[in-house]
Write a protein that binds this ligand. Structure first.
Ligand SMILES: [Zn+2]
Length: 111
């Protein structure tokens, strides 16, 4: 799949529905939400936590999210990094390695 760039918005609370292609960052609720980057439209919510969740960096222009986002609870099974707002897909053959390295595959989604 192609690399592409996401937009971002810092929000207090999440709008409903989310717009595709936008990362919604709520610092007060400590989460980042977006519609799955594969285009399946499922909402993916990442908990921001230094211990067992995700972290992000903001350089004033772009957002990077760590670690990668593996949507194994979704039908699409998509897996990608968001680095400087660019979505980079993880090749299938690398998936097992990443799965072992990251214990925190937990994510929540609605719908
Ligand atoms: Zn998807």
């Amino acid at each position: 799949m192609e690399k592409f760039k996401l937009d971002y918005k810092f929000v207090e609370s999440l709008p409903n529905p989310l717009e595709n292609g936008i990362l919604y960052i709520s610092v007060s609720f400590r989460l980042i939400a977006h519609n799955c980057c594969c285009g399946c439209g499922k909402k993916v919510v990442l908990n921001l936590s230094p211990d067992d969740g995700w972290n992000f960096t903001y350089d004033g222009k772009t957002i990077s999210v760590y670690p990668s986002i593996g949507n194994y609870g979704l039908k699409c099974q998509s897996h990608y990094f968001i680095t400087k707002s660019v979505v980079e897909w993880v090749p299938k053959w690398k998936d097992d390695r990443y799965r072992k390295r990251h214990k925190n595959w937990s994510f929540q989604f609605w719908k």
